[in-house]
Design a protein around this ligand. Structure first.
Ligand code: AMP
Ligand code: MN
Ligand code: MN
Length: 326
C-alpha cells in the first residue's frame, strides 16, 4: 500500500477544497510538468465550480508552456491571503521555495503529493507513493465532476500533461492500470496530447543539445558499468550557451546506458552549489541517498542540492550508491 496512516480520506480533502473558501495552490520550486499540471488542474476545477482559487508558481522552463493552463499561473502573491493553501507535488515545506512563508502562515494547509520522501507537513495530508504522479491523485479528486465543468478541456489537458511527464510517457514502473484508465478518460477531452508529448520529451534548445553532448563526453563508469555518472561545471555549462535549468533531461541519457543500474549527474547551479540528479532501477533506492544529503524524491528518481567541490560531492554520492550494489 502506498498510503500512510496519517493521511486523511480523499473525501475529506475534496469537501474542504470545494467548500467555497478562497484557495492558493503552489508546487515545488523549479516546477515540472506534474507540478504545473496538478496545481492548475486543481485550481481550475475549483473555479469551474464557482469557487475562488489562484495558482502561484515560480517561473518554469519554456517547454512547459505547452501545458494548457489557460493563463491561470501567477508568479507573485501580492496581497492575496487565502483561507486554504494547498501544496501539490511537493515533498516538504522547504521545496515551496518563495511560497513557503505564505503557506506556513495560512489557516488551513493541505499537502497533496506522491513523493516517498514526503514529510507530512500539512494540517491535512494526502500522500500516495503508489500514484504515478500528483496529477493522478488530482484526477481522483476531480475526475467525476469533469464532464459538468465548462473548462474541462483545460483541466483534462493539465492532468494528462502531468501524468505523461512523471511517467516519462507511460514508460516508468510507476505506470499502473489506474494511470492508464485515467489517461483513457482524459483523452476524450479536447487538448493536443501529441503536441504535449513531443514538446516535453522531444524538443530542446540548440544550446541544451550542446550541453547534453558535453555531459555525454564527460561520462564515466564504475562498478563494471553499473554506475554511470557525469558532471558539468558552471564554466562548461556557460560555454554551451545555456543555464543550469536547461539540463534536466541529461540524467535520463546516462540512465539509458546499457548495464547501468544507477546514474548520477552533478551540475553546478551557482558557484560551489551543485544539483545532484539520480536515476536507478531494481533495488537501488536513490531517494534514500538523496535524503541523506538533505534532498528527496522517489526510489528510482531523486535529487538533492549540495554545497562543496564537484569531486568531493560525486565521491560521497557514489560511496552511498555503491553500498546498495551488492
Ligand atoms: P530531478 O533529478 O531534479 O528530476 O528530480 C527527481 C526527483 O527528485 C523529483 O521527484 C524531485 O521532486 C526530487 N528532488 C530533486 N531535487 C530535490 C531536492 N533538492 N529536494 C527534494 N527533492 C528533490
Ligand atoms: Mn515534480
Ligand atoms: Mn510528481
Amino acid at each position: 500500500m502506498g498510503l500512510k496512516m496519517s493521511n486523511v480520506a480523499l473525501k475529506e480533502i475534496k469537501e474542504i477544497i470545494f467548500s467555497g473558501r478562497s484557495i492558493a495552490v503552489s508546487a515545488h520550486t523549479s516546477p515540472d510538468g506534474d507540478a504545473i499540471g496538478a496545481a492548475c488542474a486543481l485550481a481550475m476545477a475549483v473555479n469551474g465550480r464557482g469557487g475562488y482559487a489562484k495558482v502561484f508558481l515560480e517561473k518554469y522552463a519554456d517547454v512547459f508552456n505547452v501545458i494548457p493552463v489557460n493563463g491561470i499561473v501567477e508568479n507573485e502573491m501580492g496581497e492575496f491571503k487565502p483561507e486554504i493553501y494547498i501544496a501539490v507535488d511537493c515533498g516538504d515545506m522547504e521545496r515551496l521555495g518563495g511560497f513557503k512563508e505564505a503557506f506556513a502562515g495560512s489557516k488551513i494547509r493541505i499537502n497533496i503529493d506522491h513523493h516517498k520522501s514526503n514529510t507530512y507537513f500539512g494540517d491535512l495530508n494526502y500522500v500516495d507513493t503508489e500514484a504515478s504522479s500528483t496529477c493522478e491523485i488530482i484526477y481522483k479528486i476531480v475526475g467525476d465532476m469533469l464532464s459538468s465543468l465548462n473548462n474541462a478541456d483545460y483541466i483534462a489537458g493539465c492532468i494528462y500533461s502531468g501524468i505523461v511527464f512523471d511517467t516519462g510517457g507511460f514508460r516508468h514502473t510507476s505506470t499502473s492500470s489506474i494511470t492508464l484508465a485515467a489517461a483513457s478518460e482524459l483523452i476524450k477531452y479536447k487538448f493536443d496530447f501529441s503536441k504535449i508529448y513531443n514538446t516535453i520529451f522531444n524538443t530542446r534548445k540548440f544550446e541544451e543539445a550542446k550541453a547534453l553532448g558535453r555531459a555525454i563526453l564527460n561520462m564515466e563508469k564504475l562498478a563494471g558499468g553499473e554506475i554511470v555518472y557525469s558532471s558539468m561545471s558552471q564554466e562548461e555549462i556557460k560555454s554551451c550557451g545555456t543555464e543550469s535549468d536547461g539540463l534536466s533531461e541529461i540524467i535520463n541519457y546516462l540512465k539509458g546506458i546499457s548495464g547501468c543500474k544507477a546514474a548520477v549527474f552533478v551540475y553546478e547551479k551557482s558557484t560551489g552549489v551543485f544539483k545532484v540528479s539520480m536515476r536507478s532501477e531494481d533495488d537501488v533506492d536513490v531517494s534514500a541517498v538523496a535524503q541523506s544529503f538533505g534532498g528527496g524524491g522517489h526510489a528510482k528518481a531523486a535529487g538533492c542540492t549540495v554545497e562543496g567541490s564537484k569531486k568531493e560531492i560525486l565521491d560521497k554520492i557514489i560511496v552511498e550508491i555503491s553500498k546498495q550494489l551488492t
